[in-house]
Design a protein around this ligand. Structure first.
Ligand code: ARG
Length: 461
């Protein structure tokens, strides 16, 4: 078993079945450049601790540079006999630096602290890429909101007509959720910015190495305070997977609406050709596949999170080989979002809204009934009674197959003398919208202030 990282106490090599099971180079190879960065930092602390002399450090760094170049160019790749990225790169280092010098680098570190550190480095980089993708989607929502400042639509609860709202208000509701996801990634980074390097296998190192120096070298804020925690914990991975799943869920909720809005029955939006697909048999079809794939991939992202949590549940401290299963879920979560976000932001940016149809439906289905009740409250009627009276107006309109504004003055007066013709001032979409002008409301004035507040947080994100 030439080149393996262990074997001294074994009489023979591993069974083929074990070697195949154990192997992780097909997915951990993407950590190769982080591994080499870790090796450079580790060489420097070995030097500072007096375990490498100046010439050895220079030789080590030179060999690592050459290895890095060969990994980048593809000239050096994992061999069939390599178990994982760490072992393979040690083989590559020894090929370049010789057995004597190359064999010195492993002192005071373990694959257990390496992998925990490299995973965090990878995820910190990808969290930034994902955050940029989410911000692009927020930008697309904001641009659509700004392009439709006064457009009304039916606001729904239980998917039933509830009250008129501004389209911009609705779109910004999605924007706030996604902005919080970006803020979550940024807050997560404070916990991810702690380096496990120096924890060794689990107990720390006896060689006088400085974990804080390695941490700083690798762009971390600090080093872990507990080597067992450093090697055994994966909550930082799981938290990343949770935020990724939440982003997936938030994108899925936008997508579900786009799918509904694009139906013949709703006819609220037209998808741009570049973000829709056709059917191989039905020539007329224009399908919202981006939105459907977003909805589908939310399930996959939830699976990544639950799979990882299931792996962690019940693991005793410290490192267990089960932890090798930590990487594929978080890699998949990052890859999935990096693929998905540009498509969703493009789809949102190019949606064409049928604002006339949305506005004409906004007050329908008795969506102004709450406005009648609140108008009565402003006339001094207790809300319990106002609710009843407005409900009676709905009943009357429904029995005649008309809308609330079609009832005559006499019909209103017959329900209650409090329902004077003045009530008609609130029986319009514009009147209803304008009245909800407090912070968070759907009045155009309130939504304008909302947009300012959102942009201020976006500027900080
Ligand atoms: N490849 C392992 C992982 O991904 C790291 C190696 C630790 N292996 C071990 N036998 N201690 O977790």
């Amino acid at each position: 078993n030439e080149g393996a990282l262990w074997g001294g106490r074994f009489a023979g090599g591993p069974a083929d079945a074990l070697a195949a099971l154990s192997k992780s180079t097909h997915f951990d190879w993407r950590l190769a450049r982080y591994d080499i960065a870790g090796s450079r930092a580790h060489a420097r602390v070995l030097h500072r601790a007096g375990l490498l002399d100046d010439a050895e450090l220079a030789g080590m760094l030179d060999a690592l540079d050459r290895l890095d170049a060969d990994v980048t160019s593809g000239a050096y790749t994992a061999a069939e006999s390599d178990e994982d990225v760490h072992g393979s790169l040690e083989r590559g280092l020894i090929e370049r630096a010789g057995t004597h010098l190359g064999g010195k680098l492993r002192a005071g570190r373990s694959r257990n602290d390496q992998i925990a550190t490299l995973g965090r480095m990878f995820l910190r980089d990808h969290a930034r890429i994902v955050a940029r993708g989410v911000l692009a989607t927020v930008d697309a929502l904001v641009a659509q909101a700004e392009a439709h400042p006064e457009a009304a639509m039916p606001g729904r609860t239980h998917l039933q007509h509830a009250q008129p709202v501004l389209l911009s208000h609705h779109l910004l509701a999605h924007a706030w959720a996604l902005l919080r996801d970006v803020q979550r990634l940024q807050d997560w980074d404070r916990r991810a910015a702690v380096s496990p390097y120096g924890s060794g296998a689990l107990a720390g190192s006896s060689l006088g190495l400085d974990p804080e120096a390695v941490a700083a070298d690798l762009g971390f804020d600090s080093a872990v305070h507990n080597s067992i925690d450093g090697t055994a914990s994966r909550d930082v991975f799981a938290e990343f997977a949770w935020v990724a799943a939440m982003i997936g869920v938030d994108l899925s909720r936008i997508s579900e609406e786009v799918i509904l809005w694009a139906t013949k029955e709703f006819s609220f939006v037209t998808l741009d050709d570049a973000y829709s697909t056709g059917s191989s048999i039905m020539p007329q079809k224009k399908n919202p596949d981006v939105a459907e794939l977003a909805r589908g991939k939310a399930g996959r992202l939830i699976g990544d999170l639950t799979g990882l949590l299931a792996t962690l549940k019940g693991l005793p401290l410290a490192y267990n080989r089960d932890l090798q299963e930590d990487k594929e879920p978080v890699f998949d979560a990052a890859d999935t979002l990096e693929l998905l976000l540009p498509a969703v932001s493009g789809m949102v940016a190019t949606l064409v809204f049928n604002t006339e149809r949305m506005a004409s439906l906004a007050p329908q289905g008795f969506a102004l009934a709450t406005d009648i009740a609140e108008w009565l409250v402003r006339q001094g009627v207790p809300f319990r009674e106002a609710h009843e009276l407005s409900g009676a107006a709905v009943k009357q309109a429904e029995s005649r197959g008309v809308e609330l504004w079609d009832l005559t003055d006499e019909e209103y007066a017959a329900i209650s003398p409090a329902l004077t013709p003045e009530v008609r001032t609130v029986l319009s979409t514009e009147g209803s919208l304008a009245s909800r002008s407090a912070q968070g409301g759907t009045a155009p004035s309130a939504v304008a202030r909302q947009l300012t507040a959102l942009k201020a947080q976006l500027a900080d994100a």
